[in-house]
Design a protein around this ligand. Structure first.
Ligand SMILES: [Fe+2]
Length: 286
């Protein structure tokens, strides 16, 4: 799986250094091959035979692609597309160390992985390996902020316009690929051996979030069923039309709910139907 991933990435035609003119301004395309090589050297320090490591490597590349698609749909300058791509590649770089140190991807039981990712890059200096002349002015602080905030329930209100756009591109791209991960990889393979408690339905405060079309605060999700509802609710807060389009086209959200229904109790099935109805009402995602 790991080897295939690198081969696929390397064969992409756009991963080469070249210049071209766009709207009278000359942009330099990022040396993506160098960035991918640095990322590979970093992740090679971890056990790539571990499914959870592979999962995060693949997720990083998928988020790259989706962040790039969203940025292109927003018609931002090419240098900003490159930054969106890079943020996607690096946003979860702390996941590998999180798994090594704590044996889990659950932040509540270990460490805030977004903070760890930003600290590894910007406090420990790993970001220097990704410095590239194609990136826009001030890219470091935007990149740090977007990575540090990518897993937060709400963004702070004091972000400037550029920070907000990049934070939202990364958060949307991350969410879009999380639906793929959830639909493709069984729960047990994703979350280590922690056993989730079970009850026959999600609590009403979780369902309140569904009806209000907002994300579920992490502390509310205790069971596997509540976690699934919470994950699906992330779709309500997709910011860009392109992100919603990508999620709809991928069909993973739909698949995820169908899979959950197949093993749900009757009260859980009813709640999943409510969730489905609300996602349809939100428009453009299911
Ligand atoms: Fe993340």
């Amino acid at each position: 799986m790991g080897a295939d991933l690198w081969r696929v990435s390397r064969n992409r035609p756009y991963i080469c250094k070249r210049k071209y003119k766009l709207r009278e301004k000359q942009y330099i395309i990022m040396d993506r091959e160098k960035a991918i090589q640095s990322f590979k050297e970093y992740t090679d320090k971890y056990d790539s035979t571990d499914t959870k490591i592979c999962l995060k490597i693949e997720h990083s590349f998928k988020v790259c692609e989706i962040a790039e698609q969203i940025a292109r749909a927003l018609s931002v300058p090419l240098e900003d597309v490159e930054l969106a791509w890079l943020m996607g590649l690096l946003h979860d770089i702390g996941r590998f160390e999180q798994l090594r140190q704590y044996g889990t991807f659950i932040d509540a039981n270990s460490i805030d992985h977004a903070k760890l990712s930003a600290d590894i890059l910007f406090r420990d200096g790993l970001i220097e390996e990704y410095r590239d002349e194609s990136l826009p002015d001030g890219w470091e602080s935007i990149c740090e902020k977007a990575i540090r905030l990518h897993n937060k329930l709400l963004l702070p209100e004091d972000l400037d316009e550029r920070e907000l756009i990049f934070c939202n591109i990364l958060r949307d791209a991350d969410k879009a690929d999380i639906f793929r991960v959830l639909a493709e990889i069984p729960y047990e393979k994703r979350v280590s051996s922690e056993s989730a408690p079970r009850r026959d339905r999600a609590r009403e405060d979780v369902m309140d979030c569904v009806r209000a079309h907002r994300c579920v605060p992490r502390f509310l999700e205790r069971t596997k069923h509540e976690a699934l509802i919470s994950q699906c609710c992330m779709a309500f807060e997709l910011v860009f039309d392109k992100s919603r389009q990508i999620v709809k086209e991928q069909g993973n959200l739909k698949r995820l709910i169908e899979q959950a229904k197949a093993e749900a109790t009757t009260p859980e099935t009813e709640q999943l139907s409510v969730l489905e109805g609300e996602l349809k009402k939100a428009g453009g995602i299911l």
